[in-house]
Design a protein around this ligand. Sequence first.
Ligand SMILES: NC(=O)c1ccc[n+]([C@@H]2O[C@H](COP(=O)([O-])OP(=O)(O)OC[C@H]3O[C@@H](n4cnc5c(N)ncnc54)[C@H](OP(=O)(O)O)[C@@H]3O)[C@@H](O)[C@H]2O)c1
Length: 270
Amino acid sequence: MTETIGFIGLGDLGRPIAANLLAAGYGLRVHNRTAAKADALVAQGAHRADRAVDAVRAGGIVATLLWDDASVEEVVTRDGFLERLGPGGVHISMSTVSPEGSKRLAALHAAHGCQFVEAPVFGRPEAAVARQLWIVCAGAQAAKDRVRPVLEAMGAREIFDFGEAIGAATTLKLLGNFLLISAAQSLTEGLSMVEKSGFDPRAALDMLTRTLFPSPIYQTYGRMIVEKSGGFSQSPIPAKDLGLFTAAADQLGAPAPLASLLLELRTRGA
Ligand SMILES: NC(=O)c1ccc[n+]([C@@H]2O[C@H](COP(=O)([O-])OP(=O)(O)OC[C@H]3O[C@@H](n4cnc5c(N)ncnc54)[C@H](OP(=O)(O)O)[C@@H]3O)[C@@H](O)[C@H]2O)c1
């Protein structure tokens, strides 16, 4: 019998990840601010927690996959969440947040004797369904060892350990998304130019992704762009994550003119 996990945040990415845990045989106590998003999981056997704190067991494991710094902080500081998690309890924080916010959260957990593992996710909801996620993590070794099977059951294809210092995995996640958004923007501009020139952008994409750019990002986003099937265009994630990247760079005194330009383009919907 595997243990029961608390899972808070059943958005686009949270729902398939929580479903993977259930399918792997974990007991699940789920909570989402908009309660109806838990219905399908409850129908599959998850227990509904009316408040986030009700998903937490003393000394247990609870995962959050909320939107941003503010929502994670709000959830863990309300209704005695950390007091209940208590000594020996581990919180797996999977949202894409700021490194500074993640460090603040880790300090709050330490003050309550709980452990904090940051474990942001690379992969879209479809990748979660296919169990093809890449998860990057940082935190105390014992806590990471304890949650590794849970991360695997969530649908991780591979888990990358960035050590014990909180902020490392979050920084890596922001770097990854900056590179990803840069690639998507370059592809959009480049393939549009090719199309307007009268040549076939599919042939251009095929040649480039079989030779110099044989990367999943160029292949997947390139295909979405030539097929005009969406991709990043409607998502609020790039603006959020570019905001986090530029703020982190600014705080460190690291120049980030390209990230700032991309943020400006996303903010004004260009
Ligand atoms: N989607 C992706 O492709 C993807 C990939 C990698 C990483 N991520 C990251 O994963 C995280 C979740 O993404 P998502 O796509 O699942 O987003 P989403 O569909 O917008 O879900 C966001 C979740 O956060 C909850 N939430 C937001 N503000 C809250 C608050 N103040 N209090 C309580 N709950 C709150 C939402 O509750 P409600 O349902 O009530 O609104 C929902 O459960 C984000 O940090 C995102 O950057 C996403």
